[in-house]
Design a protein around this ligand. Structure first.
Ligand SMILES: Nc1nc2c(ncn2[C@@H]2O[C@H](COP(=O)(O)OP(=O)(O)OP(=O)(O)O)[C@@H](O)[C@H]2O)c(=O)[nH]1
Ligand SMILES: [Mg+2]
Length: 364
């Protein structure tokens, strides 16, 4: 999964990136792009490894892309510059919002120290940037369709007219503050709109970057409209503190967390919020070679899930042998699971659930 970290300049994007990836990216110099990979810790893999003794344990991974803040907020091209391709390729956005009050860190727009931390205002500004970037793309699309219409043969016109109607409908929705993912379209409308790679089709997880002793931020307290706040994932974390902890050994960091009364690490909270927001689950595969976790949309048809392991597996799919993780652990082996009737044979359309241990039978 690819997650692009976005947010206003100086909101703490690179600091949060360092906290998540145990990175050491510079937060003092000019802003650059960074990429880092984080393993999604899944303790079930270790339990399975005790049974199967695989050569390797492979965790699911999240790749984080740290981007510079939008170059100019006053400019509608803010998010459509040279990083647009990274934004378009991302599966989700982690939107860092400043909540820390430190007056020594300047805000890009507000200079009065009483104004630097206003999470509701800054979150809305960034969500508006995403919407604005999409509106620019759609306006350009409408222009192109209008040009096409002028040159089109009579027989081609109805198709162009219906595409135009789809784009206008999407535009109206965006102007009413409804992100693309929340708008209702038919299958063919969605297929056409996907050509535009619109940013608000993607889900957003907000990371409120708080002071070290800062309280959790509740979305409800920010006075956002329901169109804006619906479906946003969110976590509160102190980027600076978490980046410091990420530099320590696991034991040291754990001790520190216990002493300071800080809960779960930022990494696992952000990953959990991302999985919840995107509706992702993990299925597991086991064998002598590797024990591995794969993340998929909850309920993804088994045939499609097989294609994540290898694209050829979709075509060659015969059936899936599935046992729930808990059942497998209780039985102690696949053979015992089969004996007890807990290993099920499932077809192409079976919806994959979290913790399914799956063996795909493939015709290659
Ligand atoms: N007090 C405090 N300072 C922070 C926190 N997070 C980031 N900072 C400081 O804010 C400044 C900007 O942090 P960065 O992580 O570089 O912010 P950014 O969003 O990546 O900035 P650009 O890439 O320039 O847009 C740095 O001086 C950080 O040390 C925080 O949680 N608390
Ligand atoms: Mg940065």
């Amino acid at each position: 999964m690819d997650v692009a970290i976005i947010g206003l300049p100086m909101s703490g994007k690179t600091t949060v990136f360092n906290a998540l990836t145990r990175g050491n990216a510079d937060t003092t110099g000019p802003s650059e792009m960074h990429v880092g990979v984080v393993k999604v810790a899944d303790p079930r893999l270790y339990v399975l490894a005790d049974i199967f003794h695989p050569r390797k344990i492979i965790h699911a991974e999240v790749k984080y892309w740290d981007l510079p803040g939008p170059e100019s907020l006053a400019n509608s091209q803010g998010l459509s510059g040279k990083y647009l391709n990274v934004l378009q390729a991302a599966d989700a956005f982690l939107l860092v919002v400043r909540t820390f009050t430190d007056p020594s860190v300047p805000h890009p727009t507000y200079s009065d120290s009483s104004e630097v931390a206003d999470p509701g205002r800054d979150l809305s500004a960034m969500l508006d940037e995403l919407t604005l970037a999409d509106l620019v793309v759609l306006d350009r699309g409408i222009e192109r369709l209008e040009d096409g219409m002028k040159k089109a043969k009579t027989t081609e016109r109805p198709a162009i007219a219906s595409q135009m109607e789809t784009v206008r409908k999407a535009k109206l929705g965006l102007e009413a503050g409804i992100p693309m993912w929340q708008q209702q379209f038919t299958g063919s409308e969605t297929a056409f709109l996907n050509n535009y790679q619109l940013l608000t089709f993607k889900r957003v997880i907000v990371a409120f970057n708080t002071d070290e002793d800062g309280p959790e931020v509740s979305l409800e307290s920010l006075g956002l409209t329901s169109e804006t706040s619906t479906g946003l994932g969110h976590v509160s974390l102190s980027g600076k503190l978490e980046a410091d902890l990420a530099m320590m050994s696991d034991d040291e960091a754990e001790e520190f967390r216990t002493e300071m009364g800080i809960g779960e690490s930022a990494v696992s909270r952000v990953v959990n919020a991302s999985y919840d927001t995107l509706g992702l689950v993990s299925f597991l595969t086991v064998g002598e070679d590797e024990v591995r976790a794969w993340s998929v949309d909850s309920g993804m048809p088994a045939q499609e899930a097989a294609g994540i392991i290898h694209t050829d597996f979709t075509r060659g799919f015969i059936r899936a042998e599935v046992i729930a993780y808990g059942d497998l652990i209780r039985c102690g082996s696949i053979a015992q699971g089969r004996k007890e009737g807990l290993l099920r044979s499932e077809g192409k359309t079976y919806g994959v659930k979290d913790g399914d241990v799956i063996n795909f039978l493939i015709n290659v």
